[in-house]
Design a protein around this ligand. Sequence first.
Ligand code: PHE
Length: 544
Amino acid sequence: MTTTAGTPHTHTRRSFLTRVGAVGGASALYGTMEALGLFASPAEAAQAAGTRDFAPPRAADLPDAARARGTKVVILGAGTAGLTAAYELGKAGYDCTVLEARDRPGGRAKTIRRGDRLTDTDGVTQVCRFDEGLYFNAGPARIPNHHVTLDYCRELGVPIEALVNANAESLYFHENTGSTNYGELASTAVTHRQAKADVYGYISELLAQAADQGALDDVLSPADADRVVAFAENFGGLSGGKYLGNGRRGYVDAPGAGHDAGVVGTPPSMTAILQSQFGSRFSFEFGWDQAMMMWQPVGGMDRISAALASAVGGKRRITYNAPVTRIENTADGVRVSYRLNGRTRIVDADYCVATIPPMVLKAIPTNFSQTTKDALAVPTAANTGKIGLQYARRWWEEDDKIFGGITATNMDISGIWYPSSGFLGRKGVVVGYYSGSYTNLAVADRETRAVAQGVKIHGAKYRDELETSISIAWPKEPYSLGGWVSWPGGRGAAYDHLLRPDGNTYFAGDHLSYLIAWQAGAFESARLAVTALHERVAATAAAS
Ligand code: PHE
């Protein structure tokens, strides 16, 4: 809210909140207070949002404790949501059966290693030729501190390590396009370190000048103007109000012993820095979900689903290679048909939790209501994919001092991810694109195109030292048919409908959360479905 000096504030913070409360009710008020940072602690904010108060189902919640053991639940999909549903229901003793179309748990939480075969919906097969011990996370690859995913890692004993999401040494690279000219820094790889020093430096210089010369006098008292100048000096690394460049941007000749003070390069002009648009990249790491620290399981993202699968009882509970062919709500339960070893089989249960992605589920015959069928057809598949490039040498570490992190570009590879494990080792796998632009290219063309773009940044070694690659296109991945979903027009009636069961069938998955494209969405959604199912079983038991 802006006010003019000398005019009393027309809206106090309190009156603004009162008005929000009157219009939007308590939840809008809480949301606003959260947004304004008015809660005493993050825990309090989380409680108000109502997302962290999950209590696993307990047999003791039911009047007859044996009832959970006698209640059969068939869970469709052994991805994060399905396994979580089985895991949490299992705590109360529910009799869970998980049907999984693939030969492994995890769904999109896929880590690709030597020998893995990928056959896409076009029938094209790739086999991973990485060296033993090397891998890349083809699906989810980073976990923020505050996601419930880490609570499951703790509970299941899955060790984690830092995922370097932002690194001073990773690069920015903007090449001119038909519509944008990036100036003298176009097609120049610049470190995050240098871009920050120069952008913060020049913008701070402008701010200091504006405050010092009185341009902000209508909004700043003289004392506050002085404080703004002091902030700008410090934040921008200014000397007497000017940005001249300094060691923050790195050295053309690094400092050393004796009289070797190092040599700082001269920054490009303010115009060149503004025209480069590197500043537009910085807010990425300001995101709630993208700020360091970030995490990954040691050994690959699929360590989480492997731990979940074993916690639910492994093959005793999970049937692999079992694609679902029909889902039918019956008078007192659910009947699910699936294929296994060339034969159709049937499982009868009291309840079903369907975690199959909507793009896949909508094509399976069911006796769901027409509203449910229509709702399943609403979300659209996100087009995304990745390529893992195995290099004979960790040149990014040896030559460029890049230890993890992501180079951001305006080319269609989007970014280059340097591995956050195996530091100082011999070989490594770099993620050469994270993009939907490669989905319809032939496998070999994906590599050629991604490598050509990497060469622009890293030079010929990006091609010459490449040993092997493998790529995934999520819209062509059987049983996923997309990287994640979007809800056209937002989460509307269809979304709302799928939060409720159709007969005895519940739905869960990251698509039914505000954490789409995060495993946390699958965990939270499974928790919600499990809670609703358990409450219903308890209510039914109490009534009988
Ligand atoms: N979780 C995915 C990722 O971090 C997709 C995503 C990107 C989700 C950015 C939200 C924001 O890459």
